[in-house]
Every structure is written in C-alpha cells, then in structure tokens.
Design a protein around this ligand. Structure first.
Ligand code: BGC
Length: 457
C-alpha cells in the first residue's frame, strides 16, 4: 500500500481551483518508457530507447528505463496514491513495442491486457485516462527499416493507431496522437542526443515530414473508429525573445520560433510549413508527394501545450542554418531548474495568447508543465518549496490568460512520479511523488500535498 497523505499543507495555495471553472481538467502526465520498466516482460519488443540507453555514453551515468518506476507492476498502488491525492485525470502513453513487438503484424495480447487492466483500474478509481499514442519509444524493428525517415511509417503508424483505438476506445475518450514531434525528430534524428541517435539533415528532414503526416493521419484514424472521442496532439512550446531589440536578434528569434513553435502545428492547421523563416527546411519539399499538403491537415479538438521555459535568442553568424544561438539560463544569471531551464511564468501567459490567436485551434490544454530539482528524502519527507512556487506562479499566469478570454481548458503537471528523464537519466526529478529507485518506495513531496490541497480547494 502506498503512504497515505497525512501531512498538513506545507504552504497554503494562493490560487483556488474554482477560479478556473468547474469543467477545467486537472491532471498529471507521464510516458511509458519513463515509468513502466518491465522492458522485456510479457512479450514486449525492443524499443529504440532500450537500444539507445544500452549504448555507452548516451545516457548520463549509463542509466536506462529497464526498471524505471516499475509502474508496469506497481500501477495499482500508484493509481491508489493518485486517487488519494485527488487527481482526476491521468495522462500516460502506450508503448508501441509492448502492443506490437515487431512494430507491425502480430499483436502481443499480454501488452493489450496490461493496458486493459490499467484503464479499468483508472476508471474504477474515478480517474479519467488520457492516452498518448506515441511518446518517443519507437519499436526497434521499425528503426531498422528506416524509422521516422521511412515514408512507410505513415502506414505502420496507422496500423498501430487503429489497433489502439479498437482495443481501448470503448473506455478511453481523450487521445493525443504524438508527444512533441519537434523534440523526437530534432533530438533523435538531427542532434543524435536522443534515440535513435541519428545526426544531420539526411534523416531529420524526412523524419519531420513523416511525423507531421502521422500526426494528421493518426487523428483521422482515431476519428474514423471513435467518432465521439476528444482528439488532440501535443507540442513543445517556448516563449521566445530576442536578446536585444536589434533587427538581427529579432530575425534570429523569429527563426527559432518557427522551428520550435510552428513547424509541426502550422501544417496541421492547413498553413503549411513555415519555410519563409526556415529556408534550410525547403528541402522538405523533395519529400512531399502530390496530396501531402492536404494530408498534413487535421482538425484537432484540442492542442496540447507543453511548456517549461523561455528562450532568449542571439544572432550567431557561425551557427549553421539557423544563425541563432539560445543563451542558457545560467549564463543569463536568471532563476533556473536543474535542467538549466529558466523559471519564467510570464512565458506561459504569452504562449497561451500566441496560440489562442490561431483561429484553427478550438481549445488549448496544457498537457505538460513542471520543474526538475534534486529532491531528497529527509526524515521521511521531501520538502520542495521551489516546485510549489513554480507551479503556483505558472498557474497564476494560466488563470490570468484564461480570465482574458484565452481558450485554455486544462492543466497537467509533469510529472506524477520522478522518472527516467531521457538522456539525463534519473537525477532530474520532476515528480509530485518522490521515487527511491533502489527500493521503489514512493514519498509524496510537499508539492504533491500542495496540489492535493489545491485540487480540494
Ligand atoms: C517530454 C517529457 C520530458 C519532459 C521534461 C517533455 O519534453 O514530453 O517526456 O520528461 O519534457 O524534460
């Protein structure tokens, strides 16, 4: 049994939940590879993250997600803990290689049964499941056939999306197609710092186009099988500012904005890729076939905003293609988290207004926001006032935007539990609940109690 929260409120919430309205969706978010563990249990196939993290020097301290939070085995207790904390919505992703070990073809029934049990358990506890189809853990078998750089992924992904919709759509009403395509193509296929560790334009450019195609195709497939479902997709977004109010910095900031904030969203809205600002991306047109422009469009019911920081941009002659550099928070001497990401709550406010202006977006939901610190257990407790301050101040900005008419309808904290933070391993802790990775003991942090009290307010 998990610990039951009994602590007094460590810090009285300034905000009250009711100010956001009764139908505002509150939740926590996670992803399969970051929490499930059981990497080769019950018929699961290998994913690109299993392979990448086993390679020397790819993940800090040679950490991997083989066990992670062992959520695969511990989900009943973890969901009970979530219920005790009063969290009404749970965003998690499906592991493609747990359901289709070879990426396509034979279905792993043990994988289907795991997600069946997980969903049923959520519903029994009064927790609404929000499901992401793809949060970065591509089956290795598909990577060996070219992965996201192979156009066939549009049909592989379609097969997977249809399977998920048919198996779970009777109980799951909220869906997200992709998690942050800019990050998994950029970090995985251009910079090589995430799985599968490929570098350069050769893979990146087609990967971008195919991910954008899958984004829309995934939406269409879910809709065709689940006409009543609420279907969205998620984007990494940062508020971007030029270092100085000088033309070169302003233009550099615009390029970064086009790359980080607009590249995947605008084709879905029917606006095409922002190639005016991103001249080097024009080679993407070579990968486009007749009809693709139309196929990139999909009317999502909501757009998931995932925001952690702001970026300050400086013109940089020597930086290839972008001619822009991001100035790290530490260098700017501003408050930052363990990821070296600036704590800048007003950035959330500006972003919400920015996305609100797109007429094609019916609804915004903040599907991730949170902060990493090096939290420790002391005398059985985890005191994390910086995270409380972070969440409180970001939420104030969400409320401010909402009160000004921005169509924001939900907020999910990243993350429920400390978990595998990709190439950074286990050191950056994002959870409302602390995990001791040696014993798998869970300890609700002060921020977890804070969220609990906020949700009850
Ligand atoms: C991702 C998460 C990740 C978080 C913090 C988001 O980009 O969706 O998987 O853990 O940011 O880095």
């Amino acid at each position: 049994m998990p610990d039951t929260p009994i602590d007094p409120v460590p810090q009285q919430p300034v905000l009250v939940r009711s100010a956001f309205g009764d139908d505002f969706k509150w939740g926590v978010a996670t992803a399969a590879y970051q929490i499930e563990g059981a990497h080769d249990a019950a018929g699961k196939g290998t994913s690109i993250w299993d392979v990448f993290s086993a390679r020397k020097g790819k993940v800090k301290k040679q950490h991997n997600g083989c066990t992670a939070c062992d959520f695969f085995n511990r989900y009943p207790d973890d969901l009970l803990l979530m219920q005790t904390m009063g969290i009404p919505n749970f965003r998690f992703s499906l592991s493609w290689s747990r359901l289709l070990p070879g990426g396509t073809g034979a279905v792993n029934h043990a994988g289907v049964s795991y997600y069946d049990r997980l969903i049923d358990h959520c519903l029994e506890l009064g927790i609404t499941p929000w499901m992401t189809l793809y949060h970065w853990d591509l089956p290795q078998a598909l990577e060996e056939r070219g992965g996201w750089a192979n156009r066939d992924i549009v049909s592989w992904f379609g097969e997977y999306a249809a399977l998920c919709a048919r198996k779970f759509g009777d109980r799951v009403k909220h869906w997200m197609v992709l998690n942050e395509p800019m990050v998994f193509t950029g970090a995985g296929y251009f910079l090589g710092v995430h799985a599968p560790g490929r570098r350069g334009f050769g893979s990146f450019i087609p990967a971008v186009h195919h991910a954008a195609m899958c984004q829309a195709e995934g939406g269409r497939i879910l809709r065709s099988i689940l006409p009543e479902a609420e279907i969205g997709t998620t984007f990494s977004c940062s508020h971007i500012e030029p270092l100085r109010q000088q033309e070169k910095d302003i233009l550099a900031a615009r390029r970064v904005d086009a790359l980080l904030n607009r590249l995947f969203l605008e084709p879905a809205l029917g606006l095409g890729y922002p190639l005016e600002e991103l001249k080097f991306m024009r080679r993407i047109e070579k990968h486009m076939k007749p009809g693709d422009e139309e196929a990139l469009k999909y009317n999502f019911d909501f757009i998931g905003i995932q925001n952690y920081t702001r970026e300050v941009v400086k013109y940089a002659f020597w930086t290839p293609f972008m001619q822009a550099n991001l100035i790290p928070a530490k260098k700017r001497g501003v408050p930052h988290t363990l990821m070296n990401w600036e704590v800048y709550p007003e950035g959330m406010y500006h972003l919400l207004h920015k996305y609100n202006q797109y007429s094609g977006i019916p609804k915004l939901i903040i599907t991730e926001n949170g902060a990493a610190f090096a939290d420790e257990v002391r005398h059985g407790k985890v005191h994390d006032p910086k995270r409380i301050d972070f969440l409180d101040r970001y939420l104030q900005q969400v409320l401010r935007a909402k009160q000004e008419g921005v169509k924001v309808h939900g907020y999910f904290v990243w993350s429920f539990v400390d978990n595998f933070e990709w190439a950074e391993g286990y050191d950056p802790r994002f959870g409302l609940v602390h995990v001791d990775f040696d014993t798998q003991k869970r300890t609700i942090k002060s921020s977890g109690y804070w969220y609990q009290h906020f949700l009850k307010s």
